[in-house]
Design a protein around this ligand. Structure first.
Ligand SMILES: Nc1nc2c(ncn2[C@@H]2O[C@H](COP(=O)(O)OP(=O)(O)OP(=O)(O)O)[C@@H](O)[C@H]2O)c(=O)[nH]1
Ligand SMILES: [Mg+2]
Length: 329
């Protein structure tokens, strides 16, 4: 006999009142491997959809060790003191390997982890990047329904994860390290195009601050030669110290400024509409992937098809046909 589903009406009511246990339960169901759990959460999200979408959604990326978690801890704490409710999520596709995520690790966010007005959720730890990002998106909507008005999504610069997070958020912040002369080395292609702002971190004081400012100047030059994605917004480059909380007021006021300007022009709404369409397709792809990998029978058959195509026994088209028929295409 199939185990019964939890009482979703009860979860919905408590979620809308901001009950953290209900929020955590709903997120666990969204991350569940059971299709009936995931379907129940999709229904739940549809039911609370009018209560979502009101948060500022900020993506934060940068190489490991640049100071994302430290900065989020400090910034998030300042925001909760100012009356915000802050949710911190993470997208870390590599966590599939470890079965858990170091990103969003509460030990790196000691202040926020104790904060009743903050909610920290590590990266979902299974599936493709598309699957991880889709679950993070559902988690974001659930957090919004529970009354969180600031969503911070941390991601490490691995594979395509930045693009996935940029597609989830209204504002994409790239953290950089100060360096000597070769600042522009090793930046992944495309990252500057995604950035709504660059913040050079670890500008603590003295020599560090000087180097960070020099790096910031180089990034300004690099951004200058790009055509901005919006006529309303040229990505600023600032220096901060996440550890000491320096420059974080400036950082947040720029994010608010961006929101105000692009709300006025309708660009935020436009960006979210485009994201919705992308996410629809991401969900379709995820379901196809699920069909291909979800059952032992299909996995066996796809392995056989691979073998017979590799050995030349069947053509690629014949192999594709056999697999398609199996999953009802
Ligand atoms: N001096 C200085 N150190 C910092 C600053 N921000 C972060 N750090 C240190 O840099 C190290 C890495 O910081 P994290 O916040 O964990 O970096 P992260 O980008 O979240 O790293 P991953 O999650 O592993 O990708 C820690 O030892 C921090 O204390 C800063 O502004 N100044
Ligand atoms: Mg981190």
């Amino acid at each position: 006999m199939a185990p019964i589903l939890p009482d979703m009406d009860n979860i919905r009511e408590r979620l809308l009142r901001g009950d953290r246990a209900a929020l955590a339960r709903a997120i666990t169901l969204a991350e569940s491997r059971r299709p009936d759990h995931r379907a129940a959460v999709r229904d739940l999200i549809d039911a609370v959809l009018p209560e979502t979408g009101k948060a500022i959604r900020v993506g934060i990326t940068g190489v490991p060790g640049v100071g994302k978690s430290t900065t989020i801890d400090m910034l998030g704490s300042q925001l909760t003191k100012a009356g915000h409710k802050v949710a911190v999520l993470a997208v870390d596709p590599s966590s599939t390997r470890t079965g858990g995520s170091i990103l969003g690790d509460k030990t790196r966010m000691a202040q926020l982890a104790q904060d009743r007005n903050a909610f920290i959720r590590p990266s979902p730890s299974s599936g493709t990047l598309g699957g991880v990002a889709a679950k993070t998106r559902e988690t974001m909507l659930l957090c919004e329904a529970a009354g969180f008005d600031v969503i911070l999504v941390e991601t490490v610069g691995v594979g395509q994860s930045e693009t996935a997070v940029a597609d989830l958020t209204d504002f994409f912040l790239v953290l950089m390290l100060p360096g000597a002369g070769d600042e522009l080395q090793g930046i992944k292609k495309g990252i500057l195009e995604l950035a709504d702002m660059i913040a050079v971190n670890k500008a603590d004081d003295g020599e560090n601050e000087r180097r960070a400012k020099a790096a910031a100047q180089d990034y300004r030059g690099a951004l200058h030669i790009l055509t901005p994605a919006s006529a309303t917004w040229s990505p600023p480059v600032i220096t901060i110290s996440g550890l000491h909380g320096k420059g974080l007021d400036d950082l947040w006021s720029k994010i608010e400024d961006h929101r105000q300007k692009l709300t006025a022009t309708g660009e935020i709404v436009e960006r979210r509409k485009k994201q919705d369409v992308k996410w629809m397709w991401a969900l379709v792809h995820e379901r196809l992937h699920q069909k291909l990998t979800g059952s032992v029978e299909v996995r066996k058959a796809t392995a056989e098809a691979e073998k017979s195509v590799a050995s030349g026994e069947h053509s690629p088209a014949a192999g594709a046909q056999a697999i398609s028929e199996l999953i009802g295409l």
